[in-house]
Write a protein of this length. Structure first.
Length: 252
């Protein structure tokens, strides 16, 4: 009995790709499991967390990238994320692939109400979570728009055409999936060479807490002020020493 190849060797993941996915906990699911997502689960840990099969995650990721690459106008692909953890990743993905991003609350009627200012007719949409982005999925189903979704073990697959099984709750996992998807789309379009590592780092896709950013900027500002004050004090001390030396020389 002959064994059929699972796909082209070019599309196979490298060891570095698997290590990145494991480091970002892409394979970590939830304690709940829907019947539709059962096929993508390979094991269950002692604490009840289901483990997603990364081989199937990679295959679905490659399938989604090949579908996206067939869209002639990149702007006809709309990437949606109502969850705050995925908004930065969505914006970065749209920037590098020239897609259209909808980060934040989805305005009802964006795909069905032609009187709205934000009305659009995309050829494909990508959602971060089928639960939080249910409004966009429902409207896309009304107008027959294909849907690609990042799905966790408890995600509903209603109206979803391509489900990419992964952890869609972790900030690093979401960012890693969008980074891998953007890199593969650019490779298929011929924008970057497959044999060369993509110069854009996945760190740019990571979610950043605004409070932590402001706190870090304030700390850096305080450190800069302390350094400036210390420099001024050293300069003043040097001037005083020189002034004393001049006086001693004059008195002598």
């Amino acid at each position: 009995m002959s064994v059929l190849p699972s796909g082209s060797k070019v599309l196979q993941p490298t060891e570095n790709d698997i290590q990145k996915m494991l480091a970002c906990k892409v394979q970590q699911g939830t304690k709940n499991l829907t019947a539709a997502m059962e096929r993508y689960v390979s094991a269950r840990r002692k604490d009840g967390i289901h483990v997603i099969n990364l081989h199937m995650t990679w295959e679905k990721l490659m399938l989604a990238a090949r579908i996206i690459a067939t869209i002639e106008n990149p702007a006809d692909v709309v990437v949606i994320s109502a969850r705050p953890f995925g908004q930065r990743a969505v914006l970065k993905y749209a920037k590098y692939t020239e897609a259209t991003s909808m980060a934040g609350r989805f305005c009802p009627g964006s795909f069905t109400n032609q009187k709205q200012e934000k009305f659009s007719q995309p050829r494909l949409i990508i959602v971060t979570d089928p639960r939080t982005d249910h409004q966009a999925i429902r409207e896309s189903a009304y107008v027959n728009i294909p849907i690609i979704a990042l799905c966790d073990t408890d995600s509903p697959l209603t109206h979803v055409d391509v489900a990419i099984p992964c952890n869609n709750r972790g900030t690093n996992a979401i960012s890693m999936m969008y980074w891998l998807l953007a890199r593969e789309v650019l490779r298929l379009r011929g924008k970057i060479v497959r044999s060369v590592e993509w110069e854009e780092k996945v760190d740019l896709f990571f979610y950043r807490d605004p409070d932590e950013v402001l706190k870090r900027e304030a700390e850096e500002k305080d450190q800069a002020n302390e350094a400036a004050v210390a420099t001024n004090v050293e300069g003043d001390a040097g001037e005083v020493t020189n002034w004393g030396d001049d006086d001693e020389g004059g008195w002598s």
